[in-house]
Design a protein around this ligand. Structure first.
Ligand code: HEC
Length: 158
């Protein structure tokens, strides 16, 4: 009887620990979604997002784009973050976000400025979206012609 009571107590403790852990994680995932929405990641990393006034279903968010961005740096394509972040552990993502120097027009400095808990929240949120879509086209160096459509950046005014 005592043994039964003890194991029942363990179950209760384990269940309440889980119950406490879950809302914290849920909150962090919700914050990740909020950060992705307000910091404009969808504008480039979700096909048609900016052009449709943000009317793209969440299941297509962050799947990368075939639309190229062309300038003196060559042609870049916003990668599929649903695939990229799946491959990184939380620690790897935080390290990447703190150190990566990415090509235009990716605002990599925004990632560097984010607090660790915000980066963690973004990672958690993107991981809850299942992997989807295909990899974006590979980067093309200057002078190499792009096959699909591109946004061209003119030389800035002097
Ligand atoms: C103005 C367009 C734009 C916005 C806004 C933007 N990105 Fe990007 N992002 C890009 C482009 C283009 C690349 C590819 C850069 C390169 O080839 O070096 C990129 C690359 C990345 C990469 C590297 C992925 C990989 O697989 O190599 C990550 C991670 C990333 N962006 C995350 C984000 C997050 C998170 C946000 C929102 C806070 C964001 N980006 C906002 C355009 C954008």
């Amino acid at each position: 009887m005592v043994r039964f009571a003890r194991s029942a107590l363990c179950v209760v403790i384990a269940a309440s620990t889980l119950a406490h852990a879950a809302p914290g994680k849920e909150k962090s995932i919700a914050r990740g979604r909020y950060l992705v929405e307000i910091s404009g990641c969808n504008d480039c990393h979700t096909p048609g997002f900016a052009m449709s006034g943000g009317k793209v279903p969440e299941k297509e968010w962050l799947t990368g784009d075939q639309l190229g961005w062309q300038g003196p740096w060559g042609t870049t394509y916003p990668p599929n973050l649903r695939l990229s972040l799946q491959k990184m552990s939380e620690q790897e993502w935080i390290k990447f976000a703190r150190t990566a120097e990415l090509r235009p027009p990716m605002p990599f400095w925004a990632l560097r400025t984010m607090k660790t808990e915000d980066l963690r929240a973004i990672h958690r949120y993107v991981k809850t979206l299942a992997p989807a879509g295909d990899p974006a086209p590979a980067y093309l160096p200057p002078g190499q012609e792009a096959k699909g459509p591109v946004v061209k950046f003119p030389a800035p005014p002097k």
